[in-house]
Design a protein around this ligand. Sequence first.
Ligand code: GLA
Ligand code: ZN
Length: 660
Amino acid sequence: MTMFNRFMFGGDWNPEQWPEDTWEHDIRLLERAHINEATINVFSWALLQPDEHTYDFSMLDRIVDLLVRHGFAIVLATGTAAIPAWMARDYPQVMRTGIDGTHQVFGGRHNFCPTSPDFRRFARALASRVAERYAGTPGLEAWHVNNEYGNGGGYCYCDLCAQAFRGWLERKYGSVEELNRAWCMNFWSHTIHDWNEIVPPVTYGDAISTDKCVISGLQVDYRRFQNEQMLDCFRLERDAIREHDAHTPVTTNLMGVFKDLDYYSWGREMDVVSWDNYPGMDTEPSFTAMCHDLMRGVGGGKPFMLMEQTPNQQNWFPYCKVKKPGEVAELSWQAVAHGADTVQFFQLKQSIGGCERFHGAVIGHDNSERSRTYREVRELGADLERRAPALMGSCVHGQVAVIFDWENYWSLEGCVGPTQGLHYPDEVHRFYRPFWRRNVPVDMVESTVDLATLKQYRAVVAPTLIMVKPGVAQTLAQYVREGGTLITGYMSGIHNEFDLVVEGGYPGPLRELCGVWVEEIDAIAPDAHIDVAIGGRTVRGSIVASIIEPEGAQTIATYGGSDFYAGTPAATVHTVGEGRVVFIGTALDAEGMSAVIDPVIDACGAETVDSPEGVEVMRRTADDGTVFTTVINTAGRPVHWRHALGGESLDLAPFETRIM
Ligand code: GLA
Ligand code: ZN
């Protein structure tokens, strides 16, 4: 089931940045590019509310009228993502305080304190007025609350947040003794005797950096707390909208593997997940695929919205490469193949002022239909118009579950030692890629997912599952005993939910299940690697090497090199009940991961399609059973595929998409 009345092809439009007599011209240009949707009002607070007591919707009325007259779909933002000057001046507490204690003044965006009662009051009031005024507008397809919560400025560390955090901790732990225990506070004389002694993890206090903190339990709890505060802000606006509009889906745009928010908790509050896809110069197509799967997972498997992507360059990377001919279409179809029911851009018209003026847009600074970007968008629009509506509402059914868990993200990157080389999304991707290479559809899940859900999958993959929350080890063990396959490895099974080490040797609560004891974890220098022998081949491990003593598991790969642990197991497999557990001790390169995981894919009975390098095959299944198979050449070169899906050969142009 899709949420929308049409396949939306459009994106952010900021007509308030131009003279009104240019609007019609721009709309006509957009229409000719098959654009049928505009996302508006994302950053208009200062225009809508020139002072505390005055609202002025006259310009927004005219923008909405114009779009309605042209039959556009509208995604209407509440406009609360950047604080107007008067509010920063008259209510300074609405502004965020950074991790270094800097209290922001007027400027920037995404700059509010999520705890501030004044921010909450003003944001709710604006959302409510916008909803009251525009509910029922023809073509209104979705509400877009705020924008990219958390992006840019990080969490807030102000006194209001500190005070609320103390209350949050008191409710969670009950007594300071419990808190002292849970956070191991006798370390470095951190023991507290009163709730008021708690200080947020600031860089002039306990934080070592934005990722690491002297007391890691403090950091993880502060992240949980800030996540809840921001989610409260979302709920507040959502509920204000609901008072005026009972049905139109409400969303806010997420950011893939963005660290600071536990998006699963957000997905549960949103009618439809939307997200902004901005791959960089060297982002692998498999990484983008994983992000789409993650966003689909956050939304409970339902189709999602590709709320933003750029039709050409970004402006905010240090070096912003232009997209190659065909690449925007490829990225768009890849999103659709993974479950997107919309394709939207940031933005429809390129700004002439502000720091985003070098960001790609459908209508560029040339203001014409001649640019390569415009022409490619037009071609893509025509193609989507023809082929995409049929796919709307259909679902991707993963055969394998890969765990992506935000608290694990925080816990792993919060470690001080044994290496600073571990970045959680990259490690999850390392385990994801072998499945992508063989076109095994993957669902991303949280670590606390229940047994019934896990049992739908041929295999469950738990990369760097460092924090094992209550019940997780038992569920995984049951899944394996009943015939499931679990793949896990280095840096797993170390912490409990308080970020304290579980005593009794790594991988702690997973030790018996994995049939190994990881006695030591060696760090490998950034420019070095360790050889690993597997099935007569030599592949490479990096970042860390777990020094493993098998306790019932069989060795399937061994370390080479000349270190004292050369010849010991680098990867193992353990049979438990009807199932088995694969433990990978080091961050293997792509070839090494495939060497370990390919035989597991074959043995667990997942369906595979062996396509040429860079060619991705995905399936979406409609309610009536129709299966749409997309074949995408993610590479910028032509590919000849002998014996493709139907047995015939297939010639794919660079970045071409076929749908069968
Ligand atoms: C984000 C924001 C947009 C815009 C784009 C530019 O995704 O939501 O407002 O700044 O980045 O890439
Ligand atoms: Zn604050």
